[in-house]
Design a protein around this ligand. Structure first.
Ligand SMILES: [Zn+2]
Length: 390
């Protein structure tokens, strides 16, 4: 029988953990060679540096279609003045994913494996993601995380945890703009500095990216391709990003979408190929919805996998000594292809070889270690109390 002291201790620890989250760490990471956090890179910070000039001049810009940057009208893309023939394969206009220009790689928007849910979360790392990441870890579940460079700069320890937990890391730009509205220099810098900070903080160089809002055309695809980044979109959008209070849709509307996607897993919609599903590590609301629906998704789909495994990409980073499970390897790991696990059993085989040594000051390390300890205690206590994490 659970004693009352456990319950009191559990709530006490939860309170302490909540206070510890989202407290900026004092790190020795030096961001002097990066753009201003949450700002579009500009001549004020990066364009005039020797590093960026050298990068810019080293690229073959003839491979990038000459398309003028798009306009924003009242914060939205100006679609009205665009040709209905969609000459630039502009996703925002009609969801085009197969480039019209020659020499460009098509976007990835489906998981080729039948009956499979490709699990992706955008906009992290979120400073309050501890419980959410604990949940994924407790279910031995890996996902593809599309990280915003500015968030990696602000929350390096949270970013490092994603890699340590075996998640697949991709780029989601530096400051989360409509990429087709940016100049070539701005777009290049948005991608380049996000790749660079992920390498600096986490030790890996991503080979994939997702445009914020899905906003990509052949010019932006060309720039991404110069940086060896594959464009990954989605074929199911949960709209979680637009849930109140941050957005305008009620939780019931988001639930209805999730339910329809669960139904698709059972009615044959994905009998011949799978889904890539857009979800977000954006706020507590989106992370709670992800946790709430995960068991039903696991039941409705044969497999729930990160995109690297979905695509059988066993070397997801430029560092070729780092490996990732193929689809067959991933689904054969115990608990990955079965029902929701009730206790943490991190046994997946993402080989992490050259993540930088922690460079935090001792006080910060203490906080991180403390958080890990507290997280573990909460996991144990919660499992004892409720038999699962949520
Ligand atoms: Zn985003």
């Amino acid at each position: 029988m659970v004693s009352i002291s456990f319950i009191i201790l559990g709530s006490l620890i939860t309170t302490v953990l909540a206070q510890q989250q989202c407290v900026p760490y004092e790190t020795t990471f030096n961001y002097s060679s990066y753009p201003t956090v949450w700002a579009v890179p500009s001549s004020n910070d990066t364009f005039n540096t020797a590093e960026f000039k050298q990068l810019n001049s080293s690229l073959d810009w003839s491979k990038v279609p000459k398309i003028a940057p798009r306009k924003l009208v009242n914060g939205s893309l100006d679609l009205a003045n665009y040709s209905t023939s969609d000459p630039d394969c502009w996703w925002s206009y009609n969801l085009c994913t197969k480039p019209k220009a020659t020499g460009l790689q098509a976007d990835v928007s489906i998981c080729p494996e039948p009956g499979t849910w490709g699990l992706t979360y955008d906009d992290g790392p979120n400073c309050s993601h501890t419980v959410f990441y604990d949940f994924l870890k407790g279910n031995n579940q890996k996902a593809t995380m599309f990280f915003v460079g500015s968030n990696v700069a602000n929350w390096p320890n949270e970013a490092q945890r994603a890699l340590a937990d075996g998640h697949h890391i991709c780029v989601h730009t530096w400051s989360h703009q409509y990429m087709t509205t940016l100049t070539n220099e701005q777009a290049l810098a948005e991608l380049y500095y996000t790749k660079k900070i992920i390498k600096y903080v986490m030790g890996v160089t991503p080979l994939c990216w997702r445009p914020p809002f899905g906003d990509v055309d052949d010019r932006i695809r060309g720039i991404a391709q110069l940086l060896n980044l594959t464009t990954i979109l989605w074929n199911l959008d949960t709209n979680d990003w637009n849930m109140v209070p941050a957005g305008t849709e009620q939780p019931a509307q988001i639930d209805a979408l999730f339910q329809s996607f669960v139904d698709m897993g059972q009615n044959g919609t994905f009998a011949t190929s799978g889904a890539i599903v857009l979800e977000h590590e954006l706020n507590n609301g989106t992370m709670s919805k992800a946790v709430e629906w995960y068991p039903k998704i696991k039941s409705a789909y044969k497999y729930v996998v990160p995109i690297a495994s979905c695509l059988n990409i066993t070397h997801p980073y430029a560092e070729t000594n780092i490996t990732y499970p193929s689809f067959a390897e991933y689904i054969n790991v115990p608990n990955n292809s079965s029902s929701v696990a009730k206790v943490p059993s991190p046994t997946n085989s993402n080989t992490q070889t050259d993540s930088p040594k922690p460079t935090t000051k001792s006080a910060s390390v203490t906080i991180a270690s403390y958080n890990s300890l507290i997280s573990m205690m909460i996991a144990i206590l919660t499992a004892q109390l409720f038999g699962s994490f949520f």
